[in-house]
Design a protein around this ligand. Structure first.
Ligand SMILES: *Cc1c(COP(=O)(O)O)cnc(C)c1O
Length: 392
């Protein structure tokens, strides 16, 4: 088993160790099925030798905008850069505060720090692992310039509730793990990123829509913000050699976009398969709740999760982890150390106990294989492996 890493850029989880009967994620199984479609999409880009932005990027932007019910989608180099550019587009920098969750992949708070602003961490709802709107609202000060909820493990955070409490506050929705996920707001289905000021996606290979390398996208309904984001990804100038501001080299490359355009038609089917795998596990582990306090994922009734991760809460997590490792069953801990306790954020002054639910979650969570290509035999093996730990 590879070392546990974030549900993000941990390349070690992407290789498929041969000794493991059920890997945490098997991208080769996915690739085997779509290889012809992807290679057919890549070849014209190579023949044209047109690798930067261009038609495939524009096509992917149009497709993701349609999927996400947004006016604008702007490709960029990664999900991390999508957050960084979103912060810059909202003029967030030195002296500003951004309220976010500590129970997330590092990039969420790393980008806030990197624009010169201060991450302000508030605790999570222990059932969904997503941020609690009332705590977000309570943490707002005169310096707060935005809030950054994260849609963790595949279900959308209560963005509309944050909006209701903070009607004029810009919301950057870190939707790296939720492209295509839905949430019912006032009876109407809304998509990940749709209701935020700026929503951000990641095409890191282990995300539900993964590229053949790094990639990201920003979505917004706002024309001015869209123009600003397009400018920021090309060194701050939309006219060649004229720079209105200092931006970045953060373009989505055409090969990634071409592969993603070929993969996008499969996304809904893949996410549905993840949901049916999750339902299978839920039923198979139901009796462990009373026996050993094992909690299967809680999905808010207003959400349709895309299950980027299937994450159990288990009080004896570390022992279960060792047991699964012995059996060769893939698993990982997302996330073992909440961001408010990371050494690099010591300067912010948080301590053990500052965000108790995030800390408790970090000790209890364990994610199991949930990818769509899992066979019935593999699903049975994971179930048997977990159950055997509890003597069932
Ligand atoms: C993956 C991820 C990111 C970063 O995306 P990259 O494309 O790897 O830069 C940011 N936030 C969350 C919550 C993620 O899961």
């Amino acid at each position: 088993m590879a070392a546990p890493g974030p549900a993000g850029p941990d390349v070690s989880e992407l290789s498929t160790p041969v000794h493991m009967s059920v890997p945490l994620l098997d991208l080769r199984a996915q690739h085997a099925r779509i290889k012809d479609a992807v290679l057919a999409a890549l070849m014209p880009v190579i023949d044209d030798q047109a690798f930067i932005l261009g038609a495939p990027v524009a096509k992917l932007e149009a497709d993701v905008a349609a999927l996400s019910h947004v006016k604008h989608a702007i490709g960029c180099a990664s999900g991390t850069d999508a957050l960084l550019l979103a912060l810059r587009a909202l003029d967030i920098g030195r002296g500003d505060e951004v309220v976010t969750t500590p129970f997330t992949f590092f990039a969420t708070a790393g980008t806030i720090h990197n624009v010169g602003a201060t991450p302000v961490f508030v605790d999570i709802d222990p059932r969904t692992f997503n941020v609690r709107p009332e705590l977000v609202a309570n943490a707002v000060t005169s310096k707060t310039k935005a809030v950054m909820p994260v849609d963790l493990f595949g279900q959308i955070a209560p963005v509309e509730e944050i909006r209701r409490l903070l009607p004029t506050m810009p919301i950057i929705e870190d939707a790296a793990q939720t492209i295509g996920a839905r949430r019912r707001i006032g009876g109407t289905w809304t998509m990940a990123g749709e209701t935020a000021t700026i929503g951000t996606f990641s095409f890191f290979p282990s995300k539900n829509l993964g590229g053949y390398g790094d990639g990201g996208m920003m979505v917004t309904q706002d024309d001015a913000l869209a123009t600003r984001l397009k400018r920021l990804r090309v060194h701050g100038g939309l006219t060649t050699y004229l720079h209105e501001e200092v931006g970045y080299n953060s373009r989505l490359d055409a090969l990634q976009a071409a592969a993603l355009v070929a993969k996008l038609p499969f996304l809904a089917e893949w996410s549905a398969k993840r949901r049916s795998n999750a339902a299978f596990y839920d039923a198979a582990f139901a009796d462990l709740a009373d026996l050993a306090d094992v909690r299967t994922p809680y999905i808010d009734p207003e959400n349709e999760s895309i299950f980027n991760q299937y994450t159990l809460r288990v009080p004896r997590r570390d022992e279960l982890k060792a047991h699964l490792a012995k059996l060769g069953i893939g698993h990982s801990v997302y996330y073992p150390l909440p961001l408010h306790l990371q050494p690099c954020f010591k300067y912010l002054g948080y301590q053990e106990g500052s965000c108790p639910e995030s800390e408790r979650a970090a000790h209890e969570v364990i994610s199991l294989p949930i990818y769509p290509e899992l066979t019935p035999a593999q699903l049975d093996e994971v179930v048997a492996g977990v159950r055997s730990f509890f003597g069932r």
